[in-house]
Write a protein that binds this ligand. Sequence first.
Ligand code: F0G
Length: 459
Amino acid sequence: MELPFAESWKIKMVEPIKKSTREEREQWMKEAHYNLFNLKADQVYIDCLTDSGTGAMSDRQWAAMMMGDESYAGSSSFFRLKEVITRLTGFEYVIPTHQGRAAENVLFSHLVKNGDIVPGNSHFDTTKGHIESRKAFAIDCTVDEAKDTQLEVPFKGNVDVKKLEKVLAENAEKVPFVIVTVTNNTAGGQPVSMQNLREVKAVAEKYGKRVIFDSARFVENAYFIKTREEGYADKSIKEIVKEMYQYADGMTMSAKKDGIVNMGGFIATHHEDWFEGAKRFCIPFEGYLTYGGMNGRDMDALAVGLDENTELDNIETRVKQVQYLAAKLDEYGIPYQRPVGGHAIFVDADRVLTNVPKEEFPAQTLAIELYLEAGVRGCEIGYILADRDPVTRENRFGGLDLLRLCIARRVYTNNHMDVIAAALKNVYDRRNEIKHGVRITWETELMRHFTVHLERIED
Ligand code: F0G
């Protein structure tokens, strides 16, 4: 008999989690104004809100923390981190930051000016925020396939090179760089192929432009290249990562994802002018150049995390767990963005709660139902998150309305995946009885999903 796949680690330390009753959850949800961000973490049984900063560090990472050098300048932890980043990516200039959005803030302060245009593949919210707050424009050039959740194509995160070329041809002088997010979080944790990275670099070069990778989940992306793209099956994850970064001029990184640390980030590049420019903003915004927002011990943990996660055993365990959960949903017929990506399941709420009109926010309603069912906390990536049109102030219903269930790295077992799937199935089985969603009672102008107040609409 063939042995089944199992985790490439065993557990040395555990953290208790608490179940609750449906009555308790009803009460808590009401107190939280039906916004899952307002719940206290101990009111949650299985937390799938995000995979950011929620991973479990290894014994080697904890051991490395004891070696942290907290010197203000010239910390040896920084040089250990820099060595790993340079070895993995080829970039010799490294600036640590306290998280991914801080890396964007520092680098974009140097690069993005009023009226600029930054093309990319579904810019992450903070990336878009750092572009738009500088009165520049983020132009989404993701392939159209990403919009059809049921279409089964291997690299749904790709940049549509024709769309990109059009933006460059029409506005080259306004484009400071092209940004490629690997994997494409907003499109469902969908990967970008090596072929696409190569093409993007070639088109950008044709117009004399540089390319940045928003690299939060670059290892998951490398794993998908290895398992889905011709010619990469026999290459190591580290070899694939090295090749990916040949097609980039620099990277911004949220280390809270594929660095498997709870806080941290960095900028890396091989261009001295970008390094010099970013340095000027690192010092006032983040801190001195050899710590830039991180503790010495955290830089050591990150150095080990990056090295460890770019080994096949570790990343395979991670992606296979997400695929395990997806296979359960397939068994129950629950529709999600296919094929499942690297860090999360994105349930297609519009296809599940067909009786709930879009004005009543189906994905948020599904997130509430799932929490009430079993204490599982997901996150709406849909109409509430899309905010209102800045001019008409109408809700934006043009995109997808998804419930994202993120899987934290090395935190939950497959038994927890079974619970998530069963809870979702129970909600799915009574989907036709769910006729109403929620209405907004209070909201902010931008990024309203974090703080919005909602109430349930009754018959
Ligand atoms: N880029 C991508 C693709 C991200 O997913 C995130 C964060 C960031 C940049 C910003 O990094 O949080 O360290 O400042 N994504 C989290 C999420 C918050 O839940 O998807 P950060």
